[in-house]
Design a protein. Structure first.
Length: 456
């Protein structure tokens, strides 16, 4: 006989072996088998030639059972009081999958990932039909809260396993649930034999000799040892913790590198911000300077504008004075003298000078008539050289004002200079006319000018 090794999570296999070790190559039914190796109640018996039926609705677990137990029947179904299709709440890599929604909600609230699927369901009567008349030595029911549904579906089958093991606490708690279904078991001809803190063991009334095997818990006298998997579970958990720690350290290193990169980026951004701030300050100073310059320029423009207005007023006053002189009686009286004087000077000067004088004498009356002036100006402009020459003569004789722009007046022509030119022009005209007057005429003219000056 090979060494006795316990694979079950709570020594259920040792308790069953103690009571049934005298049976050679017996038969079992494991409802909620989960795995062929991990926490398996049947593996100890399978290694000793027993064979049976496994019920497991989870696809992966059922496939694993088929692969590891090819000579056994594996039914991928749920067992319930109603045959058909049931919602199944699959929790991968655990033995916690269930058909009970409230239990699934509790697991999900505790952090488990729950996947909703649908599975086929049959009754326990239908399962018992698969034994084909063989004696069933033990039946285990571990369906995560659906034990009452399974036992309610055991109605007509005459099969009576020698020992029935039923999980009797709410999943992952110590809350007892056997009161929901124990009456159905006792009603099938069973007596309570043993409670291990998780499961309740019942022995058929047909085999009372088995009760002695459940008189005490598993102990050293049973001559078994734990499967290496018990240590393997701890090692696996340790490995998972190590992997988690390594991943956490890697994540921490990555986060540290990212933090360092962010610090470098922060320095670069701060430098850029400082540069932008310096540019902004320089731009602000420049704007303030430009605004101050603009204010100074505006003051200068206002001063020049006032100066120009004063100049225009002076020019208008001088023109009015000149017009008064030209309209005066003495001016008209002396006109023949002035004309005669001009003719004499014209005859005495050079031909070129004479031509210029003639042109001036011709232009003078014409320029005082705006209509004729505009017409002749348009014609003469067609010959630019002639136009420039005639305009130059007219400007020299004071017949037209020189083309001064506002900027020229503001920048380069001081008011005293312009006024001096006007006074010199008037004095020149007076000299040209008064030297032709008699001594009596000059005396009258001087008196008239004196009166005009007093009137200013």
């Amino acid at each position: 006989m090979s060494e006795l090794i316990s694979y079950a999570q709570n020594f259920e296999d040792i308790m069953l072996w103690r009571a049934l070790k005298h049976v050679d190559r017996g038969c079992y039914i494991d409802i909620g088998a989960y795995s062929p190796d991990i926490d398996s109640v049947s593996k100890l018996f399978y290694e000793r030639g027993w064979r049976g039926i496994h019920i497991e609705p989870n696809q992966e677990c059922a496939d694993s059972l088929r692969m590891r137990r090819p000579d056994e029947l594996v039914l991928q179904v749920a067992v319930s009081d109603l045959a058909g299709v049931l919602p199944f709440f699959d929790i991968a890599d655990t033995g916690l999958s269930t058909t009970e929604p409230d239990i699934a909600d509790t697991h999900q609230a505790n952090g488990f990932v729950v996947r909703d699927v649908s599975v086929a369901a049959i009754t326990l009567d239908a399962v018992l039909e698969h034994v084909c008349g063989r004696e069933v030595h033990w039946l285990k029911i571990d369906v995560e809260g659906s034990e009452a549904r399974v036992l309610r579906s055991w109605v007509a089958s005459p099969v009576r396993p020698w020992v029935v093991v039923v999980e009797a606490t709410r999943p992952m708690t110590v809350e007892s649930t056997h009161t929901q279904w124990e009456a159905a078991v006792l009603g099938k001809g069973y007596v309570f034999a043993y409670f291990d803190g998780l499961n309740r063991f019942y022995v058929s009334e047909r085999h009372p000799e088995l009760l002695a095997g459940f008189a005490c818990p598993p102990n050293v006298l049973d001559g078994f040892r734990l499967e290496n998997g018990w240590c393997a579970v701890g090692v696996r958990q340790w490995d998972e913790c190590q992997k988690s720690l390594i991943k956490s350290q890697s994540d921490a290193l990555g986060a540290h590198a990212e933090v360092e990169a962010l610090k470098v980026s922060e320095v670069v951004l701060r430098q850029a911000i400082e540069a932008y701030r310096a540019d902004a300050i320089a731009a602000y100073v420049e704007v303030k300077t430009l605004k101050a310059s603009e204010a100074c320029l505006q003051q200068a423009i206002d001063a020049h504008r006032a100066q120009l207005e004063h100049l225009i007023s002076e020019v208008d006053s001088l023109r009015a004075r000149l017009d008064d002189i030209r309209r005066s009686h003495s001016w008209r009286v002396t006109r023949p003298l002035r004309v005669f004087s001009r003719i004499v000077r014209l005859l005495c000067c050079s031909p070129r000078r004479a031509i210029s004088k003639c042109l001036i004498l011709t232009m003078r009356p014409l320029l005082h008539r705006p209509g004729i002036r505009a017409l002749l100006n348009g014609v003469v402009k067609r010959v630019p050289v002639l136009h420039r020459r005639l305009r130059s003569l007219a400007e020299q004789e004071g017949l037209v004002a020189p083309p001064l722009s506002t900027a020229d007046v503001l920048v380069s022509v001081p008011v005293p200079h312009v006024l001096g030119q006007m006074h010199r022009s008037l004095a020149c005209d007076e000299k040209k006319g008064t030297h032709l007057l008699s001594s009596r005429g000059r005396e009258i003219y001087a008196r008239m000018i004196g009166q005009i000056n007093k009137g200013e």
